[in-house]
Write a protein that binds this ligand. Structure first.
Ligand SMILES: Cc1cc2nc3c(=O)[nH]c(=O)nc-3n(C[C@H](O)[C@H](O)[C@H](O)COP(=O)(O)O)c2cc1C
Length: 182
């Protein structure tokens, strides 16, 4: 810490209380992510926007998704064998908003406004126009506080060569500005 013009200047602002969910959310929001729609197929297909999605391992090929306990997707993932992840492209903000809305219809009707096709390995909807698609079998469910961490073993993975991803930062959707030198 040093003083400039009589003001104390710290390298970082004061720490937010980790018990204040609102403040904590704003800190977590500094971590820019992609945006996905996680889907399950079967009799009651379901889709949900998720950004708490991470690649975990290459060998074996694993990803994880964190799903809050009170999301309908939580129960859907508990009951399904497999799920899919569509990584959204920059123009798909409306798709992300749709699958995050509590007002969307349930079951197959929620997919009526988006183009999709059933995944060859799981039957879970793959969203048209996405940047990338993963299909997984649930290989583990772990405690994650008010979320559960679903680990998926990859059954298939594909991506488009071109295009730009949708980015989520500070609670808003963004597009990549430009590549910077690391
Ligand atoms: C950009 C964005 C990312 C989100 N990421 C997650 C997430 O990773 N995990 C989660 O449980 N909810 C996440 N949500 C919230 C769910 O999409 C939202 O609560 C949804 O309505 C739950 O649907 P369901 O209860 O019908 O399954 C996110 C919402 C947005 C807008």
């Amino acid at each position: 810490m040093r003083e400039v013009d009589g003001e104390r200047v710290t390298a970082a602002p004061p720490a937010a209380a980790v018990t204040d969910p609102y403040r904590l959310r704003t800190v977590f929001a500094a971590f820019a992510t992609g945006v996905t729609v996680v889907t399950v197929g079967g009799d009651q297909p379901h889709g949900m926007t998720a950004n708490a999605v991470t690649s975990v391992s290459l060998d074996p090929a694993l990803v994880l998704v964190c799903i809050k306990h009170d999301a309908r997707m939580h129960q859907a993932l508990m009951q399904c064998d497999g799920f899919a992840v569509s990584v959204l492209a920059v123009h798909q903000g409306p798709v992300a908003r749709h699958f995050a809305s509590g007002r969307r219809p349930l079951g197959i009707a929620q997919f009526a406004t988006v183009g999709w096709s059933p995944g060859g390995r799981t039957g879970a909807p793959l969203i048209d126009g996405a940047m990338a698609w993963l299909e997984c079998r649930v290989s583990g469910v772990h405690d994650g506080g008010d979320h559960s961490i679903f680990v998926g073993r990859l059954l298939s993975a594909a991506r488009r060569d071109r295009g730009e991803p949708l980015v989520f930062f500070d609670g808003k959707f963004h597009q990549l500005a430009q590549e910077v030198l690391g």
